[in-house]
Write a protein that binds this ligand. Structure first.
Ligand code: BGC
Length: 765
């Protein structure tokens, strides 16, 4: 390239970037002028109304005008609504806002589009195990496309709460235990939902939740108290929320829990000092469902006090509780809330509406044609099936029982085999359960008379428990036969078969919101059946349905193979069948540690070392040592570590190399490894890189994920996988919460899961 050409190129790109910046500036200016003018026309009541977010629930068309909510919309007392499904209904409600209210301000329409819309993807804990950020981004993009075709412009997703406690049911909605992986997922989801611009018709505004630390409730009980050090907050729990902010997320939802004694909803340090001042977030903050009112029970004062506390802390929108609507005027009259604070909140809501293009066209998302043609399409379903296959984690596969052969006679048993309503998993607001496909449906089409089926056991012996976890139209259809009769039916077909396929696990509503468990094992009725089947001496494959890591110590001994399919979404049956029969080779890797028993919880790979650690040898051999940090009755190791997952093929790691053993702050170093597919199938492997900071001014974790790559290797193929490490990757929040990389020695581990011992040393100078 000659000099003249280079200068011209530089000039042209400078010119374009200046023009682009000018354009953005102009747009921002016209937005400001528009909103200033609108704000100046608004009464105090109308301003407060913009901050009000009721839930309309599932109302029927024709109700909007006469309902109580319709009247409020007419009076300008509603800013948005959520969980209404269909263009017809949304259009009707929007019409009330833009035709009957004084200022004709359009409403926002939100929904928990958490893992897909009608085309439902696996639960988020499942998709996180794909470790495939393009896939996750495209999934969010497709969910946005379907939701926006049906009237929705705002989703309460992604949920990025780090959690290390599988008793907490909401781990199902999260990306698991790790802040590095969680941050990548957070960014990918926000980018997928919001695309390049919210002006687009097929993108929707994202709302990252639940800010903050909601995934660390004491004892794993939902909504419980959270108490943690700032070091842990900043290093482990905050990064995924911050990643969403850095990716330009439009809104944030406050969490229910307290932080250092002040509920998140009323926590000014969190919502203003950190979120706005430090992270420069400029979207709006919405409470969680009745989050303001719940501060009364937290012991923060009466409704007026807690509402003022929330607004002053930096909350902009009040979900459901109407604390703002009913008390803010009084608080303003009494000088407990300033008009400036109120205006700032209203402005942020109006800006979101402006960015979404609702002032130009309030019916932008109400296109009946799109609703007819863009939802639950064959292409979307095919993609959901692909995502599902990528989320499955093969936990065990002795003697290569899997993949199965179509010539084998299969006994399909278990309460999850024919439970299509349970396939989408928790948070499936828009799913049409009748369209989900069970494993039994697909397998009987594929195998015909080679498939024998018997339920074999109910979900649980306890009928009351089964009712409790069969809510939201997701009954597991309890069978009235006695347990013995059910067991014997399964045993009878198993005797006639070559292989036993047991669809075992939890029902969809055993995880998710308000679904904490103190016992994280498979329900006893299913465990007992498994033991009886084991006595038949036939190979047993467990297809495991779960919304959380379970304690599978017994099952992992009894079964020959375990394929963890989480809750795979609407395309469950075809996706599981593809993997069971080897059309797709499983490649998922756990994003959350599986403990041996509930007593090990919280258990996570990136723990600290303690002053009395168990030696690596003893840890591996599960040997007890008095006065060391270990248990009398269980090993320190988990059953399956973070990052773990098998494949039908095998991979070998060799020649780990580092470009330099001394890294200076301005340079980078390269770590390479050769990965060989040594087995009989083509397959994908997630190559993982961890570091350990050996000495720090504060104690540092024994391992931290700092990079991963999912590579495809044909059978016999070798690939050199390369990672780059810079000073940035070595930074952490120190005692003063400064983000620093301290000079000294680091170990780099590279391998197939977090247990890798493949290490190499370097020094940051
Ligand atoms: C949940 C949120 C959800 C909201 C609205 C709450 O109970 O905690 O995650 O977005 O309801 O449905």
């Amino acid at each position: 390239m000659n000099f003249k050409y280079l200068t011209t190129l530089l000039f042209v790109s400078l010119f374009f970037s200046c023009t682009q910046n000018k354009e953005v500036e102009n747009l921002e200016k016209s937005k400001k002028v528009f909103i200033d003018e609108l704000l100046s026309k608004m009464t105090l009541e109308e301003k407060i109304g913009q901050l009000n977010l009721p839930s309309l629930g599932d109302f029927t068309t024709g109700q909007a005008t006469n309902s109580n909510i319709g009247k409020k919309i007419e009076q300008g007392l509603v800013g948005g609504l959520f969980n209404i499904k269909s263009v017809a209904k949304i259009k009707e409600v929007q019409r009330v806002a833009v035709e009957k209210s004084r200022l004709k301000i359009p409403l926002l329409f939100g929904m928990d589009v958490v893992h897909g819309y009608e085309t439902t993807f696996p639960i988020p804990l499942g998709t996180s195990c794909s470790w495939d950020m393009d896939l996750i981004k495209n999934m969010a993009k497709m969910a946005a496309k379907e939701a926006s075709a049906d009237g929705i412009c705002w989703t309460f997703s992604p949920m990025v709460d780090i959690s290390r406690d599988p008793r907490w049911g909401r781990v199902a909605e999260s990306g698991g235990e790790d802040s590095y992986l969680g941050s990548q997922i957070s960014r990918a989801m926000v980018q997928g939902y919001q695309g390049n611009t919210l002006a687009d018709k097929q993108t929707i505004m994202s709302c990252v939740k639940h800010f903050a630390l909601y995934g660390a409730p004491e004892a794993g009980r939902d909504y419980n108290t959270v108490d943690m050090s700032r070091g842990r907050m900043f290093n482990d729990y905050f990064p995924p929320y911050k990643a969403a902010v850095d990716a330009g997320v439009g809104s944030i939802m406050a969490s229910f829990n307290e932080i250092e004694g002040i509920p998140a909803t009323g926590n000014k340090w969190l919502m203003t000092d950190i979120l706005r001042d430090k992270w420069k977030f400029n979207g709006f903050v919405v409470t969680d469902y009745t989050g303001v009112n719940e501060m009364i029970d937290h012991g923060m004062g009466d409704l007026q006090t807690v509402s003022a506390l929330a607004l002053n802390a930096g909350i902009d929108m009040d979900m459901v509780g109407e604390g703002f609507l009913t008390t803010l005027k009084k608080s303003i009259d009494e000088n407990k809330v300033s008009i400036n604070q109120l205006d700032a909140a209203v402005r942020r809501i109006l800006e979101a509406k402006y960015d979404l293009g609702l002032f130009d066209d309030p019916y932008k998302y109400c296109d009946e044609q799109r609703a007819k043609t863009e939802i639950f399409t064959p292409e979307n379903r095919a993609f959901a099936q692909k995502v599902a296959t990528e989320s499955f984690v093969l936990l065990k596969n002795d003697n290569q029982v899997l993949p199965l052969k179509t010539t084998q006679k299969v006994a399909l048993v278990g309460p999850l085999a024919d439970a299509k309503e349970n396939m989408p998993g928790t948070w499936s607001v828009a799913t049409d359960f009748s369209k989900a496909i069970s494993l039994k449906t697909t397998l009987s089409e594929k195998l015909g008379s080679n498939l024998l089926y018997a339920k074999g056991s109910n979900l649980d012996y306890n009928q009351e428990f089964e009712k409790r976890v069969g809510v939201f139209g997701k009954s597991i259809n309890r069978d009235g036969k006695t347990d013995d009769v059910l067991n014997n039916e399964a045993i009878a077909i198993a005797k006639k078969s070559d292989i036993i396929l047991f669809a075992i696990g939890e029902s969809a509503e055993m995880s998710g919101e308000s679904s904490s468990r103190s016992n994280i094992e498979i329900p006893q009725a299913q465990k007992d059946l498994l033991k009886k089947l084991k006595a038949l001496n036939k190979p047993i494959v467990l297809v495991l349905f779960t919304g959380r890591p379970l304690a599978l110590t017994e099952e992992s001994q009894l079964a020959d193979a375990i394929l963890n399919v989480w809750f795979p979404g609407t395309e469950a049956g075809p996706a599981i069948t593809e993997v069971l029969y080897g059309a797709v080779n499983p490649s998922g890797k756990l994003s959350m540690t599986f403990p041996r028993n509930v007593g090990q919880v919280p258990i996570y790979y990136s723990h600290k070392n303690t002053g009395r650690p168990l030696s690596d040898e003893k840890r591996e051999k599960c040997e007890f040592e008095k006065f060391r940090s270990n248990y009398l009755d269980v090993c320190n190791t988990p059953l399956f570590p973070f990052g773990y997952g098998l494949s039908y093929t095998t991979f070998e790691y060799s020649s780990v190399k580092i470009s330099t053993t001394k890294l200076s702050r301005k340079e980078s170093l390269e770590v390479t490894v050769d990965v060989t597919n040594t087995g009989d199938f083509d397959g994908k492997e997630v190559v993982q890189l961890y570091i350990r900071d050996l000495v720090g001014s504060v104690t540092r974790p024994v391992k931290e994920l700092k990079g991963f790559q999912k590579v495809f290797l044909k059978k016999g193929e070798v690939k050199t996988v390369k990672f780059i490490i810079t000073e940035e990757d070595l930074k952490f929040y120190d005692f003063n919460l400064d983000f620093v990389a301290e000079s000294g020695k680091f170990e780099v581990f590279i391998g197939t899961n977090s247990d890798t011992r493949n290490k190499i040393l370097f020094e940051l100078i």
